[in-house]
Write a protein that binds this ligand. Structure first.
Ligand code: ATP
Length: 599
């Protein structure tokens, strides 16, 4: 397949922002894509070479390097390219101009002769892969030679999008949700097949893999898809409530009550003698936890399985739970052997999704837990989460306080009903989190995405010191603003953030950000922060849930930064509907306890 096709679609896609038009154009591109490269095209349009969970290296090529390659490819000297770059501000556009200038002066093309070589998707993909993966002493030379070769072969439009891809600055805002819609339309005949495609994606979070199955085997295969060890499952998520009686009612009176540990969620796969560990946001974190991989190989029986638990820091002497921050310290250590020794961890398992060819996500929780318990050999590293089964509100409260005094965050109450399946990729009432209250009127924190930044005034002049934060709207696949946060950051965190902003800044709003405020710089949605505030209010300044209330959107009042959530991707941020629900719960509370109002 010619790379030209993709470049032309990039060009068209970048000019539209309507989700419906994006989806239909994307579907058009998939129709024009050779089956053999459909997975690659899916990754490329999202600015990637492969799914994140593979843990493969990124291209990691900066502007300087690109300028050098462009200079070798075109014969134009680096200073001149640099000057053009300073004027235009976009290297992709610079590449386009230089290549077009050259093409215009080429007598053959002037006479209408065709370019003799065509760049194919396969070729571009292969070279980009080599560029990303080459390591060692000579890798710099190899990378520059490959890059220059690609740019030399490319047409002006191809060069523009190759450069933007490599630079990480594609202006096409296509999220996973839009790809799923387009795949359903292309290969299953319409949006009404979307639930099947979405379920498949929830069980195998690899859009390229799903696209390939659809292209080669069709929708029937997708309908019967099972998880596959090695490809992460999108995690099941919990709703939140703060009244124990209401919680037991919601789960059908009797619930399994687990400790809610404060560690790192680990989805652990075994495939033959290989172990993979995926994080909450499905990144491959196996190399950070070789100790966990070893414990699981030793103490969990079976050759093919997918299980889930919380990796928690423990005291090396007593085996007691330690604070979550210890995991952060562990990650900062360069020497993994030292990290394992200084910050040992245990694994508290709470679910099983696949075992020896059988899909456990469709089985109710009692069956899953029974299976999980049956495959663990007694040991002091890998345990089943501490739990009780109860229908008694007082027992639930007691267990909750016990959990907190043991250092847990609270409890997770889980339905044991016949329909209590593992709902991959969705947040529902089968699991309800009941957490220690923060000293705030907001019942829980929210996780918001950084979408813009403002310069500070006075002492903080010249530095970015307040930040525009957005919630995720999964229906529209966009980020809507909720607040501007300026407090809660330590000086070190602010300094660190300046560097990150330099990498994420862009000249125009990101196509997936909906904002009525205009920050000093726009940012590519990437970083997720946990935020607490006094309450949720309506504000004309913000766009979250704007269609719900005539006078404005929903906003967090007096927001304060708590911590970064590197384990969450932007699409894992709190959604607009969750914020709406929190707002409604807050109103309900005020109505029930009018004296609390305004306190
Ligand atoms: P999300 O609900 O989106 O995961 P979050 O991380 O902000 O967001 P939390 O309030 O931390 O939500 O609760 C969910 C997390 O609790 C899970 O992702 C998991 O890592 C952790 N957890 C700890 N113990 C358990 C348990 N026994 N069962 C399920 N999850 C648990």
């Amino acid at each position: 397949m010619e790379f030209k096709v993709i470049a032309e679609y990039f060009d068209r896609l970048e000019k539209i922002s309507s989700r419906i038009q994006l989806t239909s154009l994307l579907s058009d591109l998939f129709k024009n894509t050779d089956k053999d490269v459909i997975d690659k095209v899916v990754y490329l349009i999202q600015g990637k070479l492969w799914p994140d969970f593979l843990g493969m290296p990124e291209l990691g090529i900066g502007d300087k390097f690109l300028i050098k390659a462009l200079s070798i490819a075109t014969g134009v000297n680096e200073d001149e390219i640099d000057k053009l770059f300073k004027n235009i501000g976009d290297l992709g556009e610079v590449a386009f101009e230089i290549k077009q200038r050259q093409q215009g002066s080429n007598i053959l093309s002037f006479l209408g002769a065709q370019k003799s070589t065509t760049l194919t998707v396969e070729e571009a993909y292969e070279d980009l892969t080599k560029i990303a993966t080459s390591t060692g002493e000579r890798s710099r030379d190899i990378k520059i030679r490959l890059l220059a070769g690609l740019l030399k072969k490319a047409s002006p439009l191809e060069a523009k999008y190759l450069v933007r891809f490599i630079d990480g600055r594609l202006r096409v805002g296509i999220g996973d949700a839009t790809v799923l819609d387009a795949l359903s339309i292309t290969f299953a005949g319409g949006q009404n097949f979307r639930p099947y495609v979405e379920r498949a994606y929830n069980l195998r979070a690899d859009l390229g893999n799903i696209a390939r199955i659809l292209a080669f085997e069709g929708i029937e295969k997708i309908k019967n898809i099972k998880p596959e060890p090695g490809i992460p499952i999108r995690p099941m998520l919990a709703e939140r409530l703060s009244d124990p009686a209401e919680i037991l009612d919601k789960v059908g009176k009797t619930g399994l009550v687990d400790y809610k540990y404060d560690g790192e969620r680990g989805q652990i796969h075994k495939h033959g003698d290989k172990i993979f560990i995926f994080s909450r946001r499905l990144e491959n974190i196996t190399s950070q936890y070789p100790d966990v991989a070893e414990y699981v190989s030793k103490f969990v029986n079976g050759s093919e399985f997918i299980i889930e638990g919380e990796i928690i820091p423990v005291d090396p002497d007593t085996g007691e739970m330690r604070p979550f921050q210890e995991l952060m310290h562990r990650k900062r250590k360069n020497d993994i052997h030292e990290a394992i020794k200084d910050y040992p961890v245990n694994v508290m398992l709470f679910d099983i999704m696949y075992y020896e060819g059988e899909d456990y996500t469709v089985k109710p929780l009692p069956e899953r837990r029974k299976k999980l318990e049956s495959i663990i050999t007694d040991n002091d590293k890998v345990h089943i989460a501490d739990h009780i089964i109860t229908d008694d509100v007082n027992k639930l409260k007691e267990f909750f306080y016990q959990a907190i005094s043991d250092g847990a965050e609270g409890v997770m109450v889980k339905s044991l009903a016949p329909d209590s399946i593992y709902q991959a990729g969705s947040r529902g009432w089968l699991w309800i989190k009941f957490k220690r209250d923060y000293q705030s009127e907001m019942a829980d924190t929210v996780d918001l995405v950084l979408v813009g930044a403002f310069y500070g005034k006075g002492k903080k002049g010249g530095k970015f010191s307040s930040f525009l934060m957005g919630a995720y709207n999964p229906d529209k696949d966009v980020f809507e603003t909720v607040c501007k946060v300026a407090s809660g950051f330590s000086d070190a965190e602010l300094d660190e953030l300046q560097k990150k902003i330099a990498e994420l800044r862009r000249n125009e709003p990101h196509p997936r950000v909906v904002s009525s405020m205009v920050p000093d710089v726009w940012l590519t949605p990437s970083l997720v922060a946990e935020i607490i505030g006094a309450e949720i209010t309506i504000s004309p300044l913000h766009t979250c849930c704007k269609d719900q209330y005539a006078i404005g959107g929903l906003s967090v009042r007096f927001p304060r930064f708590i911590r970064w959530r590197p384990d969450k991707s932007p699409e894992d941020a709190t959604t607009n509907t969750e914020i709406l629900e929190m707002y409604k719960n807050q109103l309900k509370k005020i109505e029930e306890n009018p004296t609390d109002k305004g306190t």
